[in-house]
Design a protein around this ligand. Structure first.
Ligand SMILES: Nc1ncnc2c1ncn2[C@@H]1O[C@H](COP(=O)(O)OP(=O)(O)O)[C@@H](O)[C@H]1O
Ligand SMILES: [Mg+2]
Length: 221
């Protein structure tokens, strides 16, 4: 079971957006997935209510997180996606403690680059694998927008693993959520849907690599 936590101190960076789109992508591709909304603001839970379907279960809150994860594992969940609040430290730290991978969405911009540092430190302190995902980026125009290249450079200078792709700022990504859907359900084949699919493939590859590495370490121990 792959536990992915979406975390960033910056509100509006795209935690709930990425959790919802990836969750619905997984459900659409028959991957048993549990969503956990650990943010009292309840954005993911709101989207889930609008969605109103049973293909993607959602658990609200961080109480009994360990028990919730154990139950999901027994029930055969392949993926667990945990959305977290921007500031409450303890619930975020608890979620990260349970993570196999922390996804840190980041808009390109000075304040955003600065704001992710606290989350990166938390992941490093807890020795958790993490990756920054550049979100709500200006569309590529042949090459990457200078703001994205800049943000990428800042992450590289800090030795922060950063997804090589980007999630572009696209109306279909917010419009689909208003309909309780993910972009791949709402607007299949759209550029936004392609980007979410490619983020999903990148996540899958990361987990395969982590598992292969764990296997090698276990064999050489
Ligand atoms: N790639 C994107 N394209 C268009 N709108 C986006 C994108 N990412 C986020 N948004 C919008 O920005 C707002 C904040 O995103 P949200 O996921 O709620 O951030 P967070 O959960 O980190 O606070 C939402 O209205 C969302 O629809
Ligand atoms: Mg949110």
């Amino acid at each position: 079971m792959n536990v992915v936590v979406f975390a960033s101190r910056k509100g509006g960076s795209g935690k709930s957006t990425l959790a919802a789109h990836l969750g619905s992508y997984m459900a659409e591709h028959s991957r048993p997935t549990l969503l956990i909304d650990a943010d009292p603001q309840g954005s993911l839970a709101l989207w889930h209510r609008v969605r109103g379907s049973r293909d993607l279960p959602l658990h609200l809150g961080t109480k009994h997180l360990a028990a919730t994860l154990a139950k999901a594992r027994r029930a055969g969940a392949e993926w667990v996606l945990i959305d977290t609040p921007p500031n409450a430290e303890a619930p975020v730290a608890e979620a990260i403690w349970h993570a196999d991978l922390v996804v840190i969405p980041m808009r390109p911009g000075l304040f955003d680059v600065d704001a992710v540092q606290a989350t990166i430190k938390m992941c490093r302190d807890l020795k958790k694998p993490y990756a920054v995902v550049i979100n709500a980026a200006p569309a590529k125009n042949g090459s990457e927008d200078p703001s994205v290249a800049d943000a990428r450079g800042a992450m590289q200078a800090l030795d922060v693993p950063t997804w090589s792709g980007q999630i572009t700022h696209r109306p279909e990504l917010s419009l689909s959520l208003a309909h309780g859907a993910g972009v791949s359900e709402f607007s299949a084949g759209s550029a936004g849907s392609e980007e979410i699919g490619s983020l999903w493939r990148a996540l899958t590859r990361s987990f395969e690599a982590m598992k292969a590495m764990a296997g090698t370490e276990a064999r050489s121990a």
